[in-house]
Ligand binder design. Structure first.
Ligand code: FDM
Ligand code: MG
Length: 240
């Protein structure tokens, strides 16, 4: 059936997240992906977390730069609040048919805080339950040796080998979700870029007529379909 202008209006953008260890090339790839996909005629916006420009983001930036100390629980919740505060804007783009590519998301939130003593991955996931669920998580992998060849750590908090090893172990516990694709990032920038572009264009085509899921709620973990909840009036309502 030929597509009508109203059915074209219904098509949403995809939500794609890039995650990975430090120096895996996430930020470089995000910028290249926006340019390439724009040139192919796709509307694309980039988000990154932490988003350091907001009031919450500025506190996080000071914490990462070691300009202030915060309780580990409190800073975990600030990272999560920083995602929630950007969600109305992010969702609007997706509803309007724009694909959103995100540099780090709730997976970083869980993997980094759970690398601290006394934090379980399960507790760390709770603050982000109900966020939009990415259609695709591209996890860029590098061994510690390959990462070391790309240069040393900077001075920010968390940029230490032992801590990063615990983060990597947490990521591997999260990687079983069916929206994850593990990508070997130990290759030249352009080859990696071509691989990521193809995965994203297939995802855009596959998801444009389906609903956006919700993160870490039981039904959406397996199927990716929107979770339905009974409202107070007993009607089913999609949480999108
Ligand atoms: N980080 C990032 C967290 O600890 N929790 C989060 O929720 C997010 C999104 O912040 F060390 C950590 C990961 C990293 C640091 O990230 C800053 P960038 O990508 O290097 O700016
Ligand atoms: Mg960094």
């Amino acid at each position: 059936m030929p597509s009508t202008s109203s059915s074209r209006l219904m098509k949403r953008g995809a939500l794609v997240v890039l995650e990975g260890v430090d120096r895996s090339g996430k930020s470089t790839q995000c910028k290249m992906l926006k340019d390439t996909l724009n040139n192919q005629g796709h509307s694309v916006e980039l988000f990154r977390f932490p988003e350091r420009s907001t009031a919450i983001g500025k506190v996080i930036a000071d914490y990462l730069a070691k300009k202030c100390e915060l309780d580990d629980h409190a800073v975990h919740l600030l990272f999560s609040a920083n995602r929630w505060e950007l969600m109305p804007d992010l969702k609007k783009h997706i509803e309007n048919g724009t694909t959103v590519i995100v540099d780090r998301y709730a997976y970083s939130g869980a993997a980094f805080t759970a690398a601290k003593p006394g934090f379980s991955l399960d507790w760390c996931k709770q603050a982000d339950v109900g966020l939009p669920r990415p259609d695709l998580v591209l996890f860029l992998t590098l061994t510690p040796e390959q990462a070391a060849r790309r240069g040393g750590f900077g001075d920010e908090r968390y940029e230490q080998t032992d801590f990063q090893k615990r983060v990597a172990a947490n990521y591997s516990k999260l990687s079983g979700e069916d929206n994850w694709k593990m990508i070997d990032a130990d290759k030249d920038i352009d080859t990696l870029h071509t691989e990521l572009t193809q995965l994203i264009t297939s995802t855009i085509a596959a998801t444009k007529s389906s609903g956006l899921g919700t993160l870490w709620t039981p039904a959406s973990d397996c199927s990716g379909s929107p979770v339905k909840e009974k409202t107070r009036l007993g009607q089913e309502e999609a949480l999108v």
